[in-house]
Design a protein around this ligand. Structure first.
Ligand code: NDP
Length: 329
């Protein structure tokens, strides 16, 4: 039974050396437990923060201890009536092939609504991040202009489609021409390759009426350019800052406060767990829109347990379109 541990804390961009594989015997099943076989592992940008020491909104991973995150697993042995053999569950679980669990914190996945891995993406944490960040913080109205950065990723492509459902005009930024073409095919009104475009010029051309809502996944130069285009009473959902997650020093840059002040912009940072009690409602609505064909989703699936660190590192090179998933078994 293989487990992936944090070998060391990265300085700057993480690498394969920060991870270590360990093989152990699977412990026998004890009373009131289940044995889970890992099926799909989610790799997510927030895990980079957990590799650092120090307090954040989730506790850091410990050196020498397993990495843990979103996992879909199948119950293969059971001493719990509530979780019969064959059930699929999603939970925060270690990067391990077989996991003993007391069932606490596990959520059963309905068999007939969507592919199981979607509970790590569209119908799980990233989809809910898009749902609450856009609909509660930005509250786009018909005809308004919404910009989303990191638009071709797990959160971003849901944000753009939700904004279209609400009748807004949607502009996305992403890191390749293939991603730009994909966003247009999904119904984005404009998409910009931030790696090849002049970002301020391209955004100004794409948003001739200014920007009413900005869903910020990325920070940095894209955010600087969006702040120059904000309309009066704009709303910003500050979701992520992936462009600086690997910076050893805090980034310096333009001071945007004056722009926010003059436009009476509302900016709110948020963590999806702020909405924890409303997650069932969010999942229900996202499932309904998915089943009605109003929401599409995309995954980049890497095969094999040993590839989990590689898939994680790929997030920082833009290797994924949609949700980055590792199919383990
Ligand atoms: P993604 O699926 O979007 O994967 C990461 C993507 O980020 C990459 O594919 C890459 O796409 C882009 N990226 C990587 N490095 C850079 C860079 N230096 N500059 C610009 N873009 C970069 O991840 P998620 O959808 O899961 O997460 C998106 C953001 O939302 C992250 O910042 C994450 O931390 C945040 N988040 C916040 C949550 C919250 O509760 N507040 C919850 C979940 C996510 P490209 O090719 O476009 O460069």
């Amino acid at each position: 039974n293989k487990t992936i541990l944090l070998a060391s804390r990265p300085t700057g961009t993480p690498s394969a050396e920060n991870f270590r594989f360990e093989t152990t015997e699977t412990l026998p099943l004890t009373a009131d437990h289940v044995l889970l076989k890992t099926r799909y592992v989610s790799v997510d940008p927030y895990m980079r923060g957990r590799m650092n020491e120090g307090k954040s909104y989730v506790a850091p991973f410990e050196v020498g201890q397993p990495i843990a995150g979103g996992v879909v697993a199948e119950v293969v042995e059971s001493q719990l009536d509530t979780l019969p053999i064959g059930s699929l569950v999603v939970g925060n679980l270690p990067w391990q092939q077989y996991i003993l669990s007391d069932g606490k914190g596990l959520q059963q996945i309905p068999a007939d609504q969507a592919p199981p891995s979607y509970y790590l993406g569209l119908l799980g944490m990233p989809g809910l991040t898009a749902y609450f960040g856009l609909l509660d913080i930005c509250q786009p109205k018909p005809g308004e202009t919404v910009v989303v950065s990191g638009a071709a990723g797990a959160v971003g492509l849901v944000v753009g489609q939700l904004a279209k459902i609400k009748g807004a005009r949607v502009i996305g930024t992403a890191g390749s021409d293939e991603k730009v073409a994909y966003l247009k095919q999904l119904g984005f009104d404009e998409a910009i390759n931030y790696k090849t475009a002049n970002i301020p010029e391209a955004l100004a051309a794409a948003a001739p009426n200014g920007v009413d809502c900005y869903f910020d996944n990325v920070g940095g130069a894209i955010t600087d350019a969006v702040y120059d285009l904000l309309n009066k009473h704009a709303r910003i959902a500050l979701c992520g800052q992936i462009s600086s997650y690997n910076d050893a020093q805090a980034p310096v840059g333009p001071r945007p406060e004056g722009k926010l002040l003059k436009t009476s912009t509302k900016l709110q940072g948020f963590i999806v767990s702020d909405y924890y009690t409303q997650w069932p409602e969010g999942t229900r609505q996202l499932t309904e829109w998915y089943q009605q064909g109003k929401l599409q989703f995309e995954e980049t699936v890497t095969e094999g347990f040993d590839q989990i660190p590689t898939a994680f590192l790929g997030l920082f090179k833009g290797e994924n379109t949609g949700k980055a998933i590792v199919k383990v078994a």
